[in-house]
Design a protein. Structure first.
Length: 135
């Protein structure tokens, strides 16, 4: 059921891909976790984060921690970025791939955020936004 301020994402054979707009200039080392505004029942089985440095450049995987280190809270699912991430420089665009069981129905997404490295509050307990379903 669609709701104001939420994106209803329908998995295709259990997979969802989200692609950011270009020109983000994201430097992964400045962030320590990715926060997805998903309901607890909509947590993915796995998640991959990619970046590309220019519009036609290949996607490079940005390492994330395993599911045992994910945090779930009021803001959704907080996924730590692994200490060793990528080479130098920034990414122009990000791609997030979520994996669900093939029978998963639509999931509601409220927001996607990158949490700044060194921030003291736990990311799973707040609602900060990088890009959002709300306008």
């Amino acid at each position: 059921q669609p709701q104001p301020g939420l994106l209803a994402l329908a998995p295709d054979e259990g997979r969802i891909a989200l692609v950011s707009p270009p020109e983000l200039a994201v430097v992964p080392e400045r962030f320590d976790r990715l926060v997805l505004g998903l309901e607890p029942a909509a947590s993915p089985r796995s998640l991959r984060l990619y970046g590309r440095r220019a519009r036609e450049a290949p996607w490079e995987e940005i390492a994330l921690a395993g599911t045992e280190q994910w945090q779930r809270g009021a803001a959704g699912v907080a996924v730590p970025l692994a200490p060793s991430r990528t080479g130098d420089g920034s990414f122009d665009q990000l791609r997030i791939e979520l994996s669900y069981p093939p029978t998963q129905r639509a999931v509601a997404l409220d927001h996607v955020a990158l949490w700044p490295a060194g921030e003291r509050r736990p990311a799973a307990g707040v609602k900060s936004r990088l890009f959002s379903a709300r306008r």
